[in-house]
Design a protein around this ligand. Structure first.
Ligand code: TPP
Ligand code: SF4
Ligand code: MG
Length: 363
């Protein structure tokens, strides 16, 4: 007789008090974390760049998931920089997959564990099964295989760590590269002064709208507790879950290495990366309303990849941000409305912007 497949349950971490997102007035408490597990299934000693956003995301995700976890990683920085010959930073089983097949590989792992447990050939419980794919993989080359696995509802967590470029092969444009983001394939010049002229693909909304039975969430490395709780909710969800995590790439975006977490917050406060959860039971979106709303220049001016932007490019990003504020049910303050006019801006490299309160070393 088939054995029962027992699932794990991961309790949620405390988000109130100093663990919650705080504003400029109350201090940003970027380094405060609640009681966390001691285990670090993603250990130090890997070879990602200093300040690498995806490495921070990997660490929090695997800390939240714990030791009874199996991970897959399609080709990208987080495969190449993490696994040199005979050496990986993982203390849990980990597999590299081709860039196109993160979804199908993970579907196979999930179906395999179910079968082994039912047949009594694995004692269980069912492990946490996670794939962490870059944006080039999840939003582009491997999109079909991830969509297929979500559609078939395999019990696993599918994550896109989004550094808004094909980083590993030399910072090429990807579908999630923002408008005006400079990459080696979208240089600015006389013909196209903004660099990238297309808007980014809205991957997370595509996944939620297209797979309404799945748990879908967005988060950033600027909100570690939110990131870990969404990891746990995705794993606790019986069936397929998808999480889109904004992860700055220090090398590709050109900013001070200590600013990765700050940029992960500012993108939300600038209205450029809405943080939300989609609940498949109610079929509704729950939007996070940040305590601070900033002009987009507070975010853009921290990064060299936007340094070429002209006033009309900044205004067009502010228009997009203002639409996002309305979409998530927030008012647009007059100051941000004024930013829709190119006459309100200088060239980006001449703009002044507010620096973070908690400056890190070297900031
Ligand atoms: C089918 C295929 N095309 C191209 C490549 C080359 N390639 C290796 S890593 C990489 C970049 C992947 O980008 P992303 O998924 O965003 O991960 P990141 O490097 O940014 O972490 C590419 C294009 C490949 N390995 N396989
Ligand atoms: S290039 Fe970017 S994503 Fe890749 S290791 Fe460096 S900081 Fe991380
Ligand atoms: Mg990428």
């Amino acid at each position: 007789m088939a054995k029962e497949v027992i699932r794990q349950y991961l309790p949620l971490l405390e988000e109130e008090g100093r663990g919650a997102a705080t504003g400029d007035d109350t201090g940003r408490d970027r380094h405060y974390l609640p009681e966390l597990p001691d285990e670090d299934p993603y250990q130090a000693g890997h070879r990602t760049c200093a300040g690498c956003g995806p490495a921070i995301e990997y660490r929090w995700v695997l800390k939240a998931a714990g030791p009874d976890t199996v991970v897959a990683g399609p080709t990208g920085c987080m495969y190449v920089a993490n696994s040199t010959y005979l050496c990986t930073p993982y203390t849990v089983p980990w597999a590299h997959t081709p860039i196109a097949s993160g979804g199908s590989f993970t579907a196979g792992v999930a179906a395999g564990y179910e079968a082994l447990i039912r047949k009594g050939r694995h004692p269980g419980p069912y492990p946490n099964i996670i794939v962490m794919a870059g944006d080039g993989s999840a939003a582009d080359i491997g999109l079909g295989s991830i969509s297929g696995a979500l559609y078939r509802n395999h019990d696993a967590l599918f994550i896109c760590y989004d550094n808004e470029c094909y980083a590993n092969t030399g910072i090429q444009v990807s579908p999630t590269t923002p408008y005006a983001g400079m990459t080696t394939f979208t240089p600015f010049g006389k013909a196209i002064p903004e660099g990238k002229s297309l808007p980014p693909k809205n991957l997370a909304k595509m996944m939620a709208e297209g797979h309404p039975h799945c748990y879908v969430a967005t988060t950033t490395v600027g909100y570690p507790v939110d990131l870990m709780n969404k990891t746990r909710k995705g794993l606790n969800h019986r069936g397929a879950a998808f999480m889109h995590c904004f992860t700055p790439c220090q090398k590709g975006w050109v900013y001070q290495t200590s600013m990765t977490v700050e940029i992960g917050r500012r993108v939300v406060e600038a209205g450029l990366f809405p943080v939300w959860e989609y609940d498949p039971a109610e079929r509704t979106y729950h939007y996070f309303h940040p305590p601070v709303q900033r002009p987009v220049t507070d975010y853009l001016a921290m990064q060299g990849r936007f340094g070429h932007m002209l006033p009309e490019h900044i205004a067009s990003i502010q228009i997009q941000a203002n639409r996002n504020w309305q979409d998530i049910g927030m008012d647009v303050p007059a100051e941000l409305r004024e930013g829709e006019d190119p006459a309100a801006h200088l060239r980006l490299r001449e703009e002044t912007y507010s620096m973070p309160l908690n400056r890190g070393v070297g900031a």
